[in-house]
Design a protein around this ligand. Structure first.
Ligand SMILES: NC(=O)c1ccc[n+]([C@@H]2O[C@H](COP(=O)([O-])OP(=O)(O)OC[C@H]3O[C@@H](n4cnc5c(N)ncnc54)[C@H](O)[C@@H]3O)[C@@H](O)[C@H]2O)c1
Ligand SMILES: O=C(O)C(=O)C[C@]1(C(=O)O)C=C[C@@H](O)C=C1
Length: 364
């Protein structure tokens, strides 16, 4: 069923709300922005995510879809208040848990025919509109959890939103969704936090030796603790179950290593088994979320820790007509070198790499 989205209201202009608003703007959709924090709306607007929603537009404006992008515990109240105002034809949310907000919406007496809950499996460890990216959802899975009451038209509107954001819709029952994301998102977050917590009393020597491995394993641990508390408490039992299994594996690995340290060579087998199960599990993750190639390619360049290096790098990009979409710096503390990661369009990457090599820059 085709569903045109001409005007979309985004309530909650943080990371996810702003990202989807930017994606919709690129497709020519009119986007109205609302947040309980006026600063967040202002910044999202300045970033080009849309126009501030004026409450008196409520009746005048025909809003096709309202997207509720607030913390999970606020979704049902927000839905009720929007529906009471007759704000939009259809409603969705993007919360990381699904069963509890839907149950809560039903308890509050929300209209479940016009509401279809959803959840993009894409995000960052940063919050707020400034972290928003139009390409955040490209090729990523986006769960959609229609209830039995949901109308076909509401479902079509949410599918159109997902299509406009370049994501892949995955229809799944809300309870199954929550069990699934406990394994692939929520328990991994707690595990990353536990590993990262070990770093709070690590020595300067240890921190100075931090390489890419620890950065990869702990990146998500940088996420907002308030938001994550809301996510984890909204999916507590399934997450606890996964963490119990992870704890069991970790406890077995620790006791095998203790035995090894005490000279028991037979403990090798247990450790190898866990490592092999890890490889097998890792291999089951679909390639880049099963979607198309990422929008940008990263070109890595070694830069000396001297003033002006980054400026010279950007100057070369300018000379060869390469637009830098994003830049990230990896610094090894105490070392005079770092790595700049420049995200560029796929066809610009070889051009930039060649230009840098010709100018004697080192590409790892
Ligand atoms: N962070 C991620 O990686 C990620 C990924 C997918 C889905 N989600 C889900 O998206 C939602 C938003 O997360 P985020 O990362 O964008 O958080 P965020 O903190 O960046 O933004 C949330 C915004 O909602 C606003 N807000 C809170 N309560 C509100 C209310 N009652 N009415 C209006 N505005 C309100 C806040 O002021 C803030 O600007 C959450 O439900 C989260 O579970 C997050
Ligand atoms: O990539 C990240 O930074 C994320 O935290 C993204 C991530 C995930 O676990 O994949 C986190 C929570 C969301 O509900 C959806 C996506």
């Amino acid at each position: 069923m085709a569903s045109e989205l001409r005007t979309v209201l985004v309530v909650g202009t943080g990371l996810i709300g702003t990202s989807l608003a930017l994606a919709l703007r690129q497709k020519g959709v009119r986007v109205l922005l609302a947040d309980r924090d006026q600063g967040a709306v202002r910044l999202a607007r300045e970033l080009g995510a849309g126009e501030e929603w004026q409450p008196d537009e409520r009746r005048a404006e025909a809003i096709d879809l309202a997207v509720i992008a607030v913390p999970p515990g606020q979704v049902a109240d927000e839905l009720l208040s929007l529906q009471k105002g007759g704000v939009a034809r259809f409603y969705t949310d993007v919360a990381s848990v699904k069963a509890e907000p839907i149950e809560c919406a039903a308890r509050l007496g929300c209209d479940l025919t016009s509401y279809v809950a959803s959840h993009p499996l894409a995000g960052r460890e940063k919050s707020g509109p400034g972290a928003g990216r139009a390409d955040l959802f490209l090729g990523r899975p986006w769960a959609i959890c229609p209830t039995a009451e949901a109308s076909g038209a509401a479902r079509a509107a949410v599918l159109r939103l997902i299509e406009l954001c370049g994501a892949n819709p995955v229809e799944v029952d809300a309870v199954d969704h929550d069990r699934a994301v406990a394994v692939v998102s929520h328990a991994p977050h707690v595990a990353a936090a536990a590993v990262a917590a070990r770093l709070s009393d690590a020595t300067e020597v240890a921190l100075g030796l931090a390489g890419q491995g620890v950065r990869d394993v702990t990146r998500i641990a940088g996420g907002d603790p308030g938001l994550w508390l809301g996510i984890l408490s909204g999916n507590a039992a399934p997450v606890a179950e996964v963490l119990e299994a992870v704890s069991h594996d970790l406890a077995e690995a620790a006791s095998a290593l203790r035995a090894l340290a005490d000279g028991d060579g037979t403990a090798h087998g247990e450790i190898t088994q866990l490592l092999k199960r890890g490889v097998a599990g890792h291999d089951r993750i679909p390639g880049k979320h099963g979607g198309p190639a990422p929008a940008y390619v990263v070109v890595q360049v070694v830069i000396g820790d001297r003033p002006g290096q980054l400026a010279r790098l950007f100057q070369i990009c300018d000379e060869v007509g390469v637009n830098v979409e994003d830049v990230r710096l990896e610094h090894a503390p105490g070392l005079p070198l770092g790595i700049a990661e420049l995200s560029v369009q796929p066809d610009s990457a070889p051009v930039l790499a060649q230009a840098l090599r010709e100018r004697d820059w080192q590409l790892p």
